[in-house]
Write a protein that binds this ligand. Structure first.
Ligand code: PMP
Length: 359
């Protein structure tokens, strides 16, 4: 019998989180990190100034209530502040909501492949993973997900646009799904990439939450607002659900510097959303370039594209390293590539043209 402290058995089952690799420096060549769906543009000067000013009070704990940021988000979204929950990135919200809503062996349903933190958070809480394969075109199979709901299901995670495959769920698909899900099941709409969506009838998470008592959405400052390193995400949901997330949040989790950066970004939202527009234009250019090369991707609605390369995935990732672009491979399945600066995107298109022969 072992005498040392033992973590819960679930801890040994937690799958690793594989973070996107940093770019490999190459002689005489700019290299690009396209492996973490980051925004290629640094924070705006006014955002940097606000964060720098906040550094001067870092001897103090931050405002634990995040009052200014809650007020700004409440005004932006036209929702009461008690319908919001701020956290250290939207990934923290995933952990918090599993912790708040699941007992051991309760079930969490989600599409697969999807965001790799889902199985980590669910396993860490000793809850059960119910993974429903995405359709061949990378979309959620919402019929199968509804069919997977059992009396043990506490949470369903809907990732739209889906990381890593790209497509978004339509409002009519989500409404049809919600009509089938019992009201005691929490449906989380993960909208980490919502600002990049350009399609008719896309899910409107905020409007949806206003119509259902069991819907909560999560968003982040990491992608469109370009603040990944600051770690700020938020949830919007009915007061009782948002309150449960706040109850299990890490005290003082969102630093004063992060609060200042997020606030200053909201004040400069127009400029940041123009950058998003240019990334969306680049995304369209990449899709067209790949199509010219004879390669179709599932309809990308985030800031990334999915190359379903199957067994050739790791070989492709190695060739991408050689070409000075670091992609995110999922061995045996495909590679996810972030849309970034035009030069980086050109390299991706050239690489696919030169290297991949369409299957
Ligand atoms: N949801 C999805 C679908 C994501 O892809 C990510 C980041 N890759 C997150 C949530 C978490 O983002 P963050 O914690 O930076 O807000």
């Amino acid at each position: 019998m072992t005498t040392s402290p033992q973590p819960r058995p679930a801890i040994a089952r937690i799958p690793p989180y594989v973070a996107g690799k940093p770019p490999v420096p190459r002689e005489g060549m700019t290299t690009y990190k396209l492996s973490s769906n980051e925004n290629p543009y640094p924070p705006l000067p006014g955002v940097v100034e606000a964060a720098e000013a906040a550094v001067r009070t870092m001897n103090r704990y931050p405002d634990m209530g995040n009052a200014s940021l809650y007020a700004a988000l409440s005004a932006k979204l036209a929702v009461p502040t008690d319908h919001l929950a701020l956290a250290t990135g939207s990934v923290a919200l995933i952990y918090q909501l599993v912790q708040a809503f699941c007992d051991p062996d309760d079930e969490v349903v989600f599409a697969w492949r999807s965001f790799e933190a889902y199985p980590i958070a669910v396993t860490a809480a000793s809850a059960r993973l119910v993974r429903v394969p995405v359709l061949a075109d990378g979309r959620h199979d919402l019929d199968a997900m509804a069919a997977a709901v059992t009396p043990r299901t506490r949470v369903v995670l809907v990732c739209t646009p889906n990381n890593p495959t790209g497509p978004a769920v339509t409002q009519s698909e989500l409404d049809a799904f919600l009509a089938k899900v019992p009201p005691q099941v929490l449906v989380v709409v993960d909208e980490a990439y919502v600002e990049f969506v350009r399609m008719d009838d896309a899910v409107d998470g905020v409007a949806t939450y206003r119509r259902y008592d069991n819907v909560l959405l999560t968003r982040t400052f990491s992608k469109a607002y370009g603040l990944a390193g600051f770690r700020v995400g938020y949830a919007v949901g009915p007061a009782a659900l948002a309150g449960a997330l706040r109850a299990v949040s890490l005290p003082f989790g969102v630093s004063g510097v992060a609060q200042a950066a997020a606030l200053a970004s909201l004040e400069r939202e127009d400029e940041l959303l123009e950058r998003v527009d240019s990334l969306v234009a680049e995304r369209e250019r990449v899709v067209a370039g790949l199509a010219d090369a004879g390669w179709q991707v599932p309809e990308p609605q985030g800031n990334f594209v999915w190359l379903a390369l199957g067994e050739r995935t790791l070989e492709f990732a190695a060739a991408a390293d050689e070409a000075g672009i670091v992609v995110r491979p999922f061995a045996g399945e495909g590679a996810r590539v972030t849309v970034a600066e035009p030069e980086a995107n050109d390299r991706l298109v050239r690489l696919v043209q030169d290297w991949v022969s369409p299957s």
